[in-house]
Design a protein around this ligand. Structure first.
Ligand code: CMP
Length: 140
């Protein structure tokens, strides 16, 4: 199955994008689609629409539009749940040892990586960034 990760602007700026993708590949994820984008404010607000009433929403949109990010479509057994385990808690201070956020995140907002939280959202979020022709499935 597929899920979506986004290497966020903080991680890209810090030169951690390659390390993060290597970490995910070492855990058995296959990269099926990847691109670098600079989200517009309209795009960031649409992507995070579910959080629009949250007090951190404007700050989150500002952060996510502050520089380029790297959406990645990833394939693995149990991809959605496994990616959320591998990236760790939203707040790096609470993330388990060895998780992407423990290793690479700066703060609860600047937390290095996004992961889809359900199969339905994974499908929506992959379609947000990729056309079908841009996804190459490597496994059956
Ligand atoms: P993400 O997994 O991309 O989903 C929503 C994002 O909002 C989250 O990662 C963080 O970047 C950000 N976020 C969530 N909670 C907070 C918070 N309490 N304060 C600031 N940013 C937050």
């Amino acid at each position: 199955m597929l899920t979506l990760a986004i290497v966020k602007p903080d991680a890209l700026q810090a030169g951690r994008a390659g390390s993060i993708l290597a970490h995910l590949e070492a855990d058995g994820f296959a990269v099926c689609g990847v691109k670098m984008v600079r989200l517009t404010e309209v795009e960031a607000r649409a992507f995070y629409e579910v959080h629009r009433e949250r007090p951190f929403f404007d700050s989150l949109v500002s952060f996510m539009t502050s520089g380029p990010c790297i959406p990645v479509a990833l394939e693995r057994d149990d991809a959605v749940d496994r990616l959320r385990t591998v990236i760790g808690a939203t707040d790096p201070a609470e993330a388990a040892e060895g998780t992407v956020r423990k290793l690479f995140a700066e703060s609860k907002e600047r937390n290095a990586i996004h992961a889809s939280d359900s199969p339905e959202n994974a499908a929506r979020e992959i379609a947000f960034f990729f056309s079908e022709a841009e996804i190459r499935r490597n496994r059956g």
